[in-house]
Design a protein around this ligand. Structure first.
Ligand SMILES: C[S@@+](CC[C@H](N)C(=O)[O-])C[C@H]1O[C@@H](n2cnc3c(N)ncnc32)[C@H](O)[C@@H]1O
Length: 510
């Protein structure tokens, strides 16, 4: 166990992980490889079985049920577990192996590796589903289905259910599960002080706000922006009822954001100042607050968690239209609106409608993300910054051509008035600066940002702008830097975000 944390006990939650020292918001507290890691069954073919990198990995030529992005991953996975699981998977046939529930496949890995997850606690549940999974895992692993083996396997299944966490890809969302004994000591709250971030094949525990020495480190096992009922459903397999303020008072994202302390909400934020984001009517007016929570509950079934590559614009727009009440009330941060808007932006970009995608992405980045995730370094927020930069690199060519017909005039005027190059550079520098300290070179998003930044930095004749940008990134909090950041980043993104509102109104009407 690292010297920065220790295991303590909580009167109501069992064991807990506690911070030994004060940790500043954003600091990586732990970085560990997972003990068990697997893409969930629907994602097996699209993510490397060993490192979970997205792409078109190649199947193991024996079992065709494990996929690798590179030979090095295949070799490492072979040493880790595949040497033991390949034969049983081959024996059951590709079709059955590829449709095994994720928990059964994890159980097989435990049984074949002789991993009993000793230090972890299970629920001790004995329901028929658990027994079925245990029987299947034992039989598929080639072990005798004796009472003793099935009992041991049932125990492992309940430990997996209680201690495995979701592995989230920056782009595709929750695509895998992992288990790691120190991480498994952390309890849940929907108002966490820490978060788990995936970098390469490592899991990083990062302070989400300032944590004092002796304070319990708590993470959220679900996306805490989901409405209460949806969070409760996601927590069901952990067998407890969350007693946090977000749950007890059914607070919406604006109310939680208004109560958030211990974060620098201003530096590197696209929102117009910490005080303004805390003053949203859904935080200050109880009727609007209740309406926000109610609409979120009513609309949560609209969220599909589909594969980003398969968005269907017509179906997506129908879902967006159902969110009309949220749009009309300006509740841009309330689930599922920002999630659907991000899907709409991705789909529009896939159809080549870059200006519209840009405007919507800016709207989510200024009016959704800062309220949903108050920490400026939250990966969802950094991904939006990168996307804005990427989309600007597409629209820049359109604005450069005076006879462009691809842009409507308001967008053309707005883009012409912006120094798009400086904006891109500064957004990308924010992504790199806000990556977990010491891991920027390993984190895919920061690597992509660095690559795009290197291309843009080669543009000639920009010495004056480059020197202003350099002094801003070195001293982002001094008065001059703040003014420059507002002028070069915050104001232009807000102008584009306002155009995003028009784009959405048109999409809802048409
Ligand atoms: C990943 S483990 C966390 C460590 C656990 N407390 C232990 O003693 O091993 C998850 C389990 O911790 C307990 N737990 C986590 N968060 C809780 C909370 N907010 N309230 C009550 N119990 C909680 C539940 O029993 C849950 O199934």
């Amino acid at each position: 166990m690292s010297s920065s944390v220790r295991v303590t006990s909580s009167p109501t939650k069992g064991r807990a992980l506690t911070s030994v020292h004060t940790q500043r918001a954003g600091t990586p507290i732990l970085a560990l490889p997972p003990t068990l890691l697997l893409p969930t069954t629907p994602h097996l073919e699209a993510f490397c079985t060993y490192c979970l990198a997205p792409g078109t990995p190649k199947a193991c030529t024996q079992c065709h049920a494990a996929y690798y992005c590179h030979q090095s991953c295949q070799r490492a996975h072979w040493r880790d577990v595949h040497a033991k699981e390949c034969k049983p998977l081959t024996k059951m046939g590709q079709q059955r192996a590829m449709s095994l529930p994720t928990q059964v496949r994890l159980l097989m890995q435990c049984l074949l590796k002789g991993e009993s997850l000793d230090t972890l606690r299970g629920s001790g549940d004995k329901d028929p589903d658990i027994e079925m999974m245990a029987m299947a895992g034992v039989a598929y692993s080639g072990l005798e289905t004796s009472e003793q083996n099935v009992k041991r396997a049932s125990d492992i299944v309940t430990k997996i259910q209680t201690n495995a966490f979701n592995w989230a890809d920056d782009e595709a969302g929750q695509i895998g599960v992992f288990l790691e004994p120190t991480f498994a000591m952390m309890n849940h709250t929907c108002t966490p002080n820490a978060m788990v971030q995936v970098v390469g094949r490592k899991i990083i525990l990062r302070a989400e706000r300032d944590i004092k020495g002796g304070e319990e480190i708590e993470i959220s096992y679900t996306d805490y922006t989901w409405p209460k009922k949806m969070r409760a459903a996601a927590l069901k397999s952990y067998h407890f009822e969350c007693q946090c303020s977000r749950c007890k008072e059914d607070l919406n994202v604006y109310q939680v954001c208004a109560a958030t302390e211990g974060n620098d909400l201003d530096t590197f934020s696209l929102a117009l100042g910490a005080s303004s984001i805390k003053q949203h009517p859904a935080a200050t007016n109880s009727d609007t607050a209740r309406a926000a929570s109610k609409l979120s509950e009513d609309l949560c079934s609209l969220m599909k968690f589909s594969d980003a590559s398969q968005y269907d614009l017509t179906a997506l727009l129908m879902r967006l239209r159902r969110c009309k009440a949220l749009v009309e009330k300006g509740l841009w941060a309330v689930f599922p609106l920002p999630n659907i808007l991000s899907e709409v932006a991705t789909t529009l970009a896939q159809h080549g409608s870059f200006p519209q995608a840009l405007a919507i992405t800016c709207l989510v980045a200024v009016s959704g993300d800062p309220h949903r995730y108050p920490a400026t370094f939250f990966p969802v927020r950094l991904r939006a910054l990168y996307l804005i930069a990427k989309l600007l690199s597409h629209t820049a060519a359109d604005t450069a051509a005076p006879a462009s017909t691809g842009l409507d005039s308001a967008m053309q005027t707005a883009l012409n008035e912006i120094d798009q190059v400086a904006l891109c550079q500064m957004l990308l520098m924010m992504v790199i600066r806000l990556a977990p300290l010491g891991f920027a070179h390993e984190w895919d998003l920061a690597k992509d940002a660095n690559e795009l930044l290197s291309e843009i930095n080669q543009l000639p004749g920009r010495d004056r702008e480059v020197s202003l940008i350099q002094s801003w990134i070195q001293n982002p909090t001094d008065e001059q830097s703040r003014a420059f950041f507002k002028f070069a980043v915050v104001d232009p993104v807000h102008t584009l975000a306002d155009l995003g509102k028009t784009v959405i109104s048109e999409l809802i009407v048409n």
